[in-house]
Write a protein that binds this ligand. Structure first.
Ligand code: SF4
Length: 319
């Protein structure tokens, strides 16, 4: 994983860091973002509604009309239409912030909400299928590979671990690009992520391997673009106990000849206890790491899967 020499640049809705920028002059401070993730992330705080000049406090806005193409208007003054301003700002900001490795958005907001944002209909009630905030939509359209998550969803340990894994992977990819792309580096990157990808999506892991094995007539840049797009799609898929168990079995295969039968049986017991939900992922992984310390294997030592994010975040204690 990326070493912590420098913090990873991540965009965030400003109200999540405690800035009093909400329509009522309040905030929505997230302790996870502000106190925990800030040890690893260098935040770029953005409040789109303030940035387009709505001021604080302000009349709240809401989405209305077509769920796929809503307009943002005042809740009291429907003629206050900030659709174009929010969309233009989102497009401009997304182009400016082209060095981010992730984005944390405030949920339910007509500007920042990533999903399930209410879009009101003529009868005054929200549509059944809910929409996306206008700033969030512009950002995600401009940067489709960028890991984006909502603060509320980060309370779910599985979604939290998935998002943070993607942010660190994105940062590692940026680091690779900054040192100059080569086919060899692409192969090495893929090799290091092999088991992480297998946990998230075995099918995508194979497809990525095939893409690199026969790059056809693609230029290196096009190959890297195609690779990274599928790579981020794969990492977004949620690993489960079955796929993690599969990876644990594969990895433990590398040391099976170095372990005594008691050690093998102990490891198998823990893997099965993880599979059936008795212990969290960190338990068999800790034993596996312990064995690899005594019986090092270079290929496994390089695997991102063993530590895709800082150990201190303890993200796998809750998986
Ligand atoms: S949700 Fe977005 S627009 Fe609303 S206060 Fe927070 S940062 Fe500003």
């Amino acid at each position: 994983m990326t070493t912590q020499k420098h913090l990873i640049k991540v965009g965030i809705s400003a109200c999540l860091l405690g800035a009093p920028v909400r329509y009522n002059g309040g905030h929505k401070q997230s302790l996870l973002c502000k106190d925990v993730l800030s040890q690893y992330f260098n935040y770029v705080a953005v409040c789109p509604e303030e940035a387009i000049g709505l001021g604080t406090p302000r009349e709240p806005i809401r989405l209305v009309g077509d769920v796929d193409n809503p307009r943002a208007v005042g809740t009291v003054t429907p003629s206050l239409d900030v659709t174009d301003a929010l969309t233009d700002y989102g497009q401009t900001k997304a182009a400016q912030l082209n060095d981010l490795c992730g984005y944390i958005l405030m949920q339910k907001s007509p500007s920042c909400g990533m999903a399930r944002v209410k879009v009101y209909q003529e009868h005054g009630r929200p549509a059944e299928h809910q929409g996306r905030g206008l700033f969030a939509a512009a950002l995600m359209q401009a940067q489709p590979n960028l890991p984006v998550e909502e603060d509320g969803r980060l309370n779910d340990p599985v979604l939290r671990e998935n998002f943070i894994t993607r942010v660190f992977a994105y940062a590692e990819w940026r680091e690779l690009l900054s040192t100059g792309l080569s086919l060899q580096k692409l192969y090495e990157f893929h090799a290091r992520y092999k088991y992480q990808l297998m946990a998230n999506s075995p099918a995508d892991c194979n497809a990525l391997g095939r893409l690199l094995a026969s790059p056809q007539q693609l230029s290196l840049e096009t190959l890297a673009e195609q690779y990274f797009s599928l790579f981020m799609t794969a990492l977004k898929k949620i690993a489960n106990r079955g796929s993690h168990t599969n990876v644990l079995q594969h990895i433990s295969g590398y040391i099976k000849h170095s372990l005594s039968s008691d050690e093998k049986s102990e490891l198998q017991t823990l893997i099965q206890q993880y599979r059936t939900g008795i212990v969290p992922l960190v338990v068999p992984l800790t034993l596996i790491k312990h064995h690899f310390k005594r019986h090092p294997d270079r290929y496994i030592a390089d695997q991102v899967y063993l530590q895709p994010h800082p150990e201190n975040l303890s993200l796998r204690n809750a998986l």
